[in-house]
Ligand binder design. Structure first.
Ligand code: NAP
Length: 275
């Protein structure tokens, strides 16, 4: 029988996960389909129970459900520490929750930088994505600084890590960018429709800084354009992280190696062509 996978969230109509996973199923010849379901916070528990009863094989979970979904699954240890899930696997009968966002960003950074131990990493943002990314970087032995508009959230996140500190987005941000090896934008700043917004400009950057923007809509964000202007040599957009977190979910569900090149191509095609 055809296996059904999907993503739950609200809003959900612009999710790229259906095209990405369906392309992977087709490439591997799997009899499976991936659909998007709009689910509000109030309906989350019923949706997860219903998915289990209907025999849905796996779900991704996105905004605004990632934190709340923890209470409806048996969460894996890392997901519990991060405090959010983005993947549910139903294969054991009980819904099991995972967080693959951090894994996706870690793979991107390892491919780009190599060893992360001892690197000074400045993360902009203290929301769900920043939590997942900072958890993995901290575990790798990087020195993490969390910079966030709401300073209390940055301080709270840093206090849950082993080797991290926190700042606001004011004057001290400039000093920290200068001292950083890696800059990661994990805020929504620069995302459509605010495509001309950035928290860091070219004059704050140095050419050896690695600049990674996890925003993927648009792919070429203002932050990345500023990085090019500053002569930054290593610039990474958000598409690879999206593909790698999806690939990690795919592996959990199917126990198969996903065709990441196919997944990346279809996502880039949709982003260039428009939704
Ligand atoms: P979230 O939990 O809602 O967090 C949003 C973060 O952005 C918070 O730190 C918030 O600061 C900050 N922020 C929002 N507007 C701001 C503004 N105008 N100025 C300064 N800071 C602002 O969202 P999330 O799930 O972490 O997602 C963040 C971004 O990452 C989104 O664009 C999302 O699409 C992208 N993302 C990409 C991937 C990928 O695979 N590439 C994966 C996950 C997320 P406050 O705390 O002060 O509100």
């Amino acid at each position: 029988m055809k296996k059904i996978y999907g993503i739950i969230g609200d809003p959900i109509e612009h999710s790229l996960s259906p095209v990405m996973h369906n392309a992977a199923f087709e490439k591997l010849g799997l009899d499976a389909v991936y659909l998007a379901f709009r689910v509000s916070k109030g309906e989350l528990g019923d949706a997860i129970k219903g998915a289990k009863s209907l025999g849905i094989a796996g779900l991704n979970v996105t905004i605004p459900l990632k934190e709340k979904a923890l209470s409806f699954v048996d969460a894996e240890v890392v997901a519990k520490k991060i405090g959010a899930i983005n993947t549910i696997d139903f294969s054991s009968g009980t819904p099991v929750g995972y967080n693959t966002d951090g894994l996706g960003s870690l793979r991107v950074l390892k491919e780009t930088v190599g060893e992360l131990k001892g690197k000074n990493v400045l993360i902009l943002g203290a929301g769900g994505a920043a939590k997942a990314i900072s958890f993995y970087l901290d575990a790798e032995g990087a020195r993490v600084t969390i910079a966030n508009r709401t300073k209390e959230r940055a301080a709270q996140l840093a206090s849950n890590l082993r080797n991290a500190n926190s700042i606001g987005l004011d004057a001290e941000l400039k000093e920290h960018v200068k001292d950083s090896d890696i800059l990661i934008n994990a805020t929504a700043v620069g995302m459509h429709p605010h495509e001309d917004a950035t928290l860091v400009n070219a004059d704050m950057m140095h050419p050896d800084l690695v600049v990674f923007d996890i925003v993927y809509n648009p792919v070429d964000t203002k932050l990345l354009r500023e990085a090019k202007r500053a002569g930054v040599k290593k610039i990474v957009d958000g598409v690879k992280m999206l593909v790698y977190q999806g690939a990690a979910s795919f592996r959990i569900w199917t126990k198969m190696e996903p065709p990441v090149e196919v997944m990346e191509k279809v996502v880039r095609d949709v982003l260039i062509r428009g939704y």
